[in-house]
Ligand binder design. Structure first.
Ligand code: ADP
Ligand code: MG
Length: 260
């Protein structure tokens, strides 16, 4: 009898978390005649950091956008923590809340303060208590190093600070996975590291992350796996040292020779 859970809750707590957090199965997408995602099979494990690299136009952003359903797919399936991506409605809002996204262009609300930017999602979507949300928002802003900027407006911050606020805003939703689409590409060079350091820290803390980036130093040190895309396909995936030191495909060799 000792192993029989007493309540449904206990049974749920006892169940181990599924190892596969994001699963893309034969995902295909077209933009008109352009086959932008071609038979994408990709499984991201809980706690894994996957860096996606590849030439411009290879479908990296589209891949990210399908994972939180900013883009629909034509065929195949995507599941997040075992749940298929719903088409619309409250299920979609809930699922989106599980997938944090950070874009190249910060996308903060210009007419709201830094603190308000971070508080908005948890209050509107998660419907959490305002005081608790504020406490957590201030903690997150401290963690990304902009705690003293809470009452300013985005335009009063540097690009690096704005991007760190965008990361705090995404984290405030307590997402299961974070997607980063070229988060440092729009930053002045001296601000890139302050953003990468926040991402490194998140990775160390065990956040599941998909990161599209051209920062190969970050890929080498933070990634568990590198996924190389070209022409809408995953051409190669490997551990970072293996990929950078011994790329197998000509496409990857060619790409690396141009950027390294
Ligand atoms: P990457 O992020 O790797 O540079 P994208 O996913 O942004 O690539 O784009 C892949 C291809 O899809 C490109 O050829 C791009 O022009 C095209 N594309 C992206 N978004 C759209 C869209 N909304 N409508 C039509 N074509 C698009
Ligand atoms: Mg892109």
């Amino acid at each position: 009898m000792s192993n029989v859970p007493l309540t449904k809750d206990a049974a749920e707590e006892a169940a181990p978390l599924a190892e596969d957090l994001v699963v893309l199965d034969s995902v295909n997408k077209h933009f008109g005649a352009l086959h932008v995602l071609q038979d994408i099979n990709l499984t991201i494990k809980r706690g894994e950091v996957v860096v996606v690299i590849g030439p411009s136009g290879s479908g990296k952003s589209t891949l990210c956008r399908t994972i939180n359903r900013l883009e629909t797919i034509d065929a195949g399936s995507i599941t997040i923590d075992g749940d298929p991506l719903p088409d619309e409605g409250r299920g979609l809002a809930r699922l989106r809340a599980d997938v944090g996204m950070v874009f190249q262009s910060f996308n903060l609300f210009a007419h709201k303060t830094v603190l308000e930017n971070v508080m908005l999602g948890p209050i509107k979507v998660r419907r959490q208590n305002k005081d608790e949300v504020e406490t957590r928002a201030r903690e997150l802003l401290d963690r990304v190093g902009v705690g003293t900027q809470a009452d300013k407006y985005p335009a009063q911050l540097s690009g690096g600070q704005q991007q760190r606020v965008a990361i705090a805003r995404a984290l405030a939703m307590q997402p299961k996975v974070m997607l980063f689409d070229e988060p440092t590409s729009a930053l002045d060079p001296e601000m890139i590291n302050e953003v990468l350091e926040v991402m490194q820290q998140l990775a160390r803390e065990g956040m599941t992350m998909v990161v599209v980036t051209h920062e190969m130093g970050f890929a080498r040190s933070a990634a568990d796996r590198v996924v190389f895309m070209a022409d809408g396909r995953i051409v190669e995936e490997a551990a970072p040292h293996q990929f950078f030191d011994n790329p197998r495909s000509d496409r990857a060799k060619d790409f690396l020779s141009k950027i390294l």
